[in-house]
Ligand binder design. Structure first.
Ligand code: 4AD
Ligand code: MG
Length: 463
């Protein structure tokens, strides 16, 4: 018989029909009347399915009474409208097949609550908890909605390389990729001889797909990437990962205002999508993780984002009645505490901050006429702070070359990027949305390590 996912069984009204389901046991209660209740979950829905197992089954004692939390089981039986509160249907088992048992003395996920920190050490099992199942479903919905949003708007999905020889952000935070023997690398005049390395030169894991996306936007008009990116920055915060996924749209003939409009439409679309499709999971987060979550998501879908310049943001922060750990002054980068003050306290909604000082932003951002700022934009949201970073790109060859030199970057690495400004250059813009931070915001989960299956952070790459 064909298996039905529990989410479809829960939505079914075909009472009296026979169904087969399978999953992992969440609870087992044995009744004095000689039968048992099982709740099983297969991850397809937040809720599990209640199964009533009669004691008359052949394997009741040998198997059913050994099913403890975490055991795997398949059940065939009749779908019945449930008399009990809390569920609409249940299944009266005619056959139970036990797969793997889970010794309750050994299996770590028992009834009592385990901290998120502890669960990080059990990342291979945590997907079986309510929280991590819900995170996985919301993460999946946001990924699907991302493709839907861009595809509906004629963007082309582009795969940019993970291994690269150029630093897309120019910040030097790259992991090196090499096949050289680190204990005894080949040397030439005392230096490591990279001509003997796999690619014949030093290569790295990319920090961003942007530069590749620009080459395609300048041919195909609008593209987006959605892939993993890597940063070797030693940031042990609740919003940094060493490996995270990023969505990077890039649009030709678009300026900074167009870019901000796209980012705002996209973010609002995502939250509307999950409010419509993931209500059980979001209600769970609202109840157990962050009681302001649903109100915050709903308010974002119908409020316009505020747009201010960096200079205005600094003025607001200087006047703020708040104690900051890091000082605020024009020219300094905004810290997470400043970002949160602006979006949570000063404006109480998402904020798009534009026109940052050139000195604190990447080489590729378009220089403004004031000579001091660039056409940058960050989208800030409550609780998480920066969720999107983007800009209008410098499309003028000589200005770009000047910025590369001013930042002390090796211009020979960027020859092809400069070429785009020599042939058919046009104004163009794009941004990167950090997928982990998005899922954090969408679920209310405090730590980015708990919204990706296997987090990579300094000193941590188990699993
Ligand atoms: O602001 P960032 O560094 O911008 C770029 O990489 C541009 N190339 C994007 C573009 O214009 N195409 O990173 C973009 C976003 C940030 O706003 C943040 O949400 C996320 O990526 N991000 C991180 N997320 C988790 N861990 C980290 N270490 C992150 N660094 C950036
Ligand atoms: Mg940024």
């Amino acid at each position: 018989m064909k298996r039905t996912l529990i989410k479809h069984v829960l939505a079914s009204t075909e009472y009296g029909s026979t169904v087969m389901v399978a999953g992992w046991v969440r609870t087992r209660r044995d009744s004095k009347g000689g039968f048992s209740f099982l709740e099983i979950n297969d991850g397809s829905a937040f809720s599990g399915l209640q199964i009533i197992v009669p004691g008359e089954l052949d394997n009741y004692e040998s198997d059913v009474l050994r099913l403890t939390i975490g055991s795997a089981v398949a059940v065939e039986g009749e779908l019945v409208e449930s008399p009990g509160a809390g569920q609409s249907v249940e299944v009266h088992a005619a056959r139970v097949r036990a797969f793997g048992f889970a010794d309750p003395e050994e299996y770590p996920l028992q009834k009592k609550r385990i901290s998120f920190e502890k669960l990080r050490e059990l990342a291979h099992l945590r997907a079986r908890t309510n929280t991590f199942g819900a995170v996985a479903r919301v993460r999946n919905a946001l990924a699907y909605a991302t493709h839907k949003f861009y595809q509906e708007r004629d963007f082309l999905y582009l795969h940019t390389p993970m291994i690269t020889s150029s630093d897309a952000e120019g910040a030097g935070e790259m992991f090196q990729v090499t096949t050289l023997d680190l204990a005894a690398p080949p040397r030439l005049d005392g230096e490591v001889d990279y001509s003997e390395d796999f690619f014949g030169k030093p290569t790295y894991l990319t920090v961003s797909g942007q530069l590749g996306a620009e080459t395609y936007a300048l041919a195909l008009d609008r593209v987006y990437t959605f892939g993993p990116t890597f940063r070797a920055e030693n940031s042990n915060t609740r919003r940094h990962l060493a490996e995270f996924w990023m969505i990077e749209p890039e649009v030709a003939f678009a300026d900074l205002a167009d870019n901000a409009d796209l980012a705002e439409d996209y973010v609002r679309y995502l939250f509307r999508y999950i409010l419509d499709r993931c209500s059980d999971d979001l209600e769970f987060f609202n109840k157990w993780v962050d009681d302001g979550l649903l109100a915050r998501l709903a308010s974002i879908t119908d409020t316009d984002f505020e747009r201010i310049t960096y200079t205005e943001a600094v003025e607001v922060l200087e006047k703020a009645d708040a104690e900051f750990e890091y000082p605020v002054n024009w020219g300094a980068d905004l810290q997470s505490e400043h970002e949160r003050y602006l979006t949570e306290v000063a404006y109480g909604k998402p904020l798009i901050v534009t026109d940052y000082p050139a000195d604190i932003k990447a080489f590729y951002m378009r220089r403004n006429d004031d000579g001091k700022t660039v056409a940058a934009m960050d989208v800030l949201v409550p609780s998480v702070g920066e969720i999107v970073g983007g800009s209008q790109r410098e499309e003028r060859h000589d200005v770009l070359l000047d910025s590369i030199r001013a930042k002390g970057l090796p211009e020979e690495h960027y020859w092809w990027y400069l070429d785009l400004r020599r042939f058919g250059s046009v104004p163009h813009s794009g941004f990167g949305l950090g997928f982990g931070r998005l899922v954090q915001f969408a679920t209310g989960m405090q730590n980015i390590r708990d919204v990706i299956p296997f987090p990579r952070t300094p000193n941590s790459a188990e699993f």
